[in-house]
Ligand binder design. Structure first.
Ligand code: B1M
Length: 215
């Protein structure tokens, strides 16, 4: 049987290679070896996606290859999702989505998976979500929070439009706002009027809980 290190490295390589069949094989190996599903995702698959991001930045990988990597990543996420273990946090409903203009949804979906594994009710609007759709959905489902994700520096500023609309409609401070995504920082989050920022999915669960407890 493969060691934990070999399985994590196998997952990363399958994502780099955009090889769905091999990704399935390593995800099953992770499950069979009782490797923590979140660790398999973050220390295995996500590392592979990081390598592809670096290669893309360096002009050594192109969009078709990145799309294959994303397919392999999603295959492992589907297999590992039922095995995620997390403690239940303060109850609440969060409306989540990737901001308008941006289709990068892998990170948002990992955050969603972790929140759901922590018994949070997530209403997922998907990607490229118009500003007003966030606010309309919050009113429709009487949500406690909005979670916005963006990977694009050209789109992330639209998060402020959502916060401004919440303020205009008298929904803040009751509705809390959490933001995240690779180019987002604590400082940026404050500048758009968000209540919380998380650099990764594990932290997002903690931040959500803090927001729900009013801390
Ligand atoms: Co593109 N892309 N992409 N891309 N892509 C980036 C983001 C880029 C940085 C690559 C680069 O240039 N180095 C760059 C953006 C540059 C910029 O912002 N200025 C870029 C570009 C330019 C583009 C296109 C414009 C390319 C083109 O068409 N010429 C195009 C954009 C289309 C659009 O959005 N309108 C495009 C397309 C694509 C694909 C479709 C091929 C694919 C996306 C597939 C998909 O998501 N379904 C893709 C991918 C995969 C990437 C990279 C390589 C990887 C992103 C990723 O999935 N990371 C990316 C390079 C990079 O990031 N280094 C890149 C893994 C993921 C798990 O991490 O999303 O950061 P992340 O999520 C983390 C945390 O950030 C946090 O937790 C997550 C889990 O730990 N988090 C939150 C995320 N959301 C959160 C929300 C929270 C809290 C925490 O609270 C609500």
């Amino acid at each position: 049987m493969a060691t934990k290190e070999e399985i994590l490295a196998g997952l990363a390589k399958a994502v780099i290679d955009g090889d769905v069949d091999t990704a399935k094989k390593w995800a099953q190996a992770a499950i069979d070896s009782n490797i923590d599903a979140f660790e398999a995702l973050t220390k295995g698959c996500q590392q592979g996606m990081k390598v592809m991001g670096d290669r893309y930045s360096a002009g050594e990988a192109y969009i078709p290859e990145i799309m294959l990597s994303a397919d392999a990543m999603y295959t492992t996420m589907d297999m590992l999702r039922p095995h995620l273990k997390a403690k239940a946090v303060a109850p609440g409903t969060i409306v989540m989505g990737v901001i308008e203009g941006d289709v990068h949804d892998i990170g948002k979906n990992i955050v969603k998976m972790m929140l759901e594994a922590s018994s949070v009710n997530v209403v997922d609007l998907g990607r490229d979500v118009p500003i007003a759709a966030f606010v309309d959905k919050v009113k429709e489902v009487n949500a406690n929070a909005i979670g916005m994700s963006s990977l694009m520096t050209t789109c992330m500023f639209k998060m402020k439009d959502v916060v401004d609309m919440l303020v205009e409609q008298g929904l803040k401070p009751k509705v809390k706002v959490m933001v995240g995504g690779a180019p987002i920082s604590e400082e940026f989050a404050k500048s758009v009027g968000a209540d919380g920022y998380a650099p990764d999915a594990a932290e997002a669960v903690k931040v959500f809980e803090k927001l729900m407890r009013g801390a």
